[in-house]
Design a protein around this ligand. Structure first.
Ligand SMILES: [Fe+2]
Length: 366
């Protein structure tokens, strides 16, 4: 099973994981053979990636990606948040109080993350464009909780962080959608309106001071370049910095209406550059420890010219995965692949292979 860009799908491929909407409605079931009509529909619905069985890689048996939180928990968080935000929009100025089911879901996320300290985040997120805000908010929450657990926050602190991270962008409910989803560059005036969303969020979350402060400060940067207040180092809470960094990382790795997603290894490189500049170093480091630069199923070439698929990433070494090698420079396509730890064998990834390259390589050897 492998994650593949919807743009690279061809009719005849078989879906390996069902494609679900936010309310758990099944768009397509696992096992379905994709037709051009299905592929067109997936594109129209705004899905960037799906999981397919890959005939080329069937012998290689890539392990299934395990999310740091259970799929059902993630899905119920998305559904509950969606309901809360729709209600908020309807009730205009009423203060937001997260309903009991939602806080319960945040507790569940905290438990699942704390109980699995060795798990790395392997980006496996598949989302429809029109549901961006809900998926993004839940992703930011999961990333923030995993980074927070890495820093050593207590369960109580993680819960506070989780609720704030989940609701960090509620202020966007007040921004006109034509500005929020504008495909082109924003004008100066439009950006000034966008810059108001942390202030709106602070107002809406007035009954939850910690959540309000996270939402108000998630776009602040320690060098003073952030908005809306231009706060500096010492003035921005750890919770807000963790949420801000999670927000940047998730936005970089998502397909948006105005640009294509960055692969995680590129996004991590960009994050590294923000250390001591936008965010404090210990916070950036906590992210580097928990996010796999090359998620399970990524096709990579090593400096030894071995080609394989990532099957695991050791905690704390995001760029040094274990690779199931199936092509070597000397022997070509191997009848039996072998696992190679790049960490233990002084190898490194030189590049990520595109989907089409695998077919090309296979043709070269058979
Ligand atoms: Fe935001």
């Amino acid at each position: 099973m492998r994650k593949i860009q919807v743009d690279s799908l061809v009719p005849g491929m078989r879906l390996a994981k069902q494609v679900l909407g936010t309310n758990s409605e099944v768009y397509l079931n696992a096992g379905v053979i994709l037709t051009s009509r299905y592929i067109r529909k997936l594109r129209e619905l705004g899905f960037a990636c799906v999981y397919v069985y890959d005939a080329f890689l069937e012998d290689v048996q890539v392990p299934e990606v395990q999310d740091v939180v259970h799929e059902e928990t993630r899905r119920s968080a998305i559904g509950q948040l969606r309901k809360l935000l729709i209600d908020t929009e309807a009730s205009r100025d009423k203060a937001i109080a997260p309903p009991k089911e939602l806080t319960q879901t945040v507790y569940e996320m905290v438990d699942q993350i704390v109980e699995n300290p060795s798990r790395m985040i392997n980006l496996s997120d598949i989302r429809a464009q029109d549901e961006y805000l809900y998926h993004h908010s839940v992703n930011v929450c999961v990333l923030a909780l995993t980074a927070g657990a890495e820093i050593g926050l207590t369960r109580r602190q993680l819960f506070e962080l989780g609720v704030g991270a989940l609701l960090h962008d509620v202020g966007k409910m007040r921004i006109p959608t034509q500005i929020l989803n504008k495909p082109g560059r924003l004008t100066k005036e439009e950006f000034e309106i966008i810059k108001q969303h942390p202030i709106w969020a602070k107002h809406l979350l007035r009954d939850n001071p910690t959540g309000a402060s996270i939402a108000a400060m998630h776009h602040e940067r320690i060098n003073g370049e952030g908005y809306p207040y231009g706060l500096k180092l010492g003035e921005i809470s750890t919770y807000a910095q963790i949420t801000g960094l999670a927000d940047v990382f998730d936005a970089l790795t998502a397909d948006r209406c105005y640009r294509k997603a960055h692969p995680p290894h590129e996004a991590l490189e960009l994050l590294m550059a923000t250390g001591d500049y936008w965010f404090e170093f210990n916070i950036v480091n906590s992210f580097l420890a928990i996010v796999a630069a090359y998620p399970i199923g990524t096709l990579v070439e090593l400096n030894s010219r071995e080609i394989g698929v990532v099957v695991e990433t050791p905690k704390g070494f995001p760029t040094l995965p274990t690779v199931r090698v199936f092509v070597t420079a000397e022997e070509g396509w191997l009848p039996v692949p072998y696992d190679l730890s790049t960490l233990e064998n002084c190898r490194f990834v030189v590049r990520v292979l595109e989907d089409e390259e695998l077919a090309f390589i296979k043709k070269r050897f058979f």
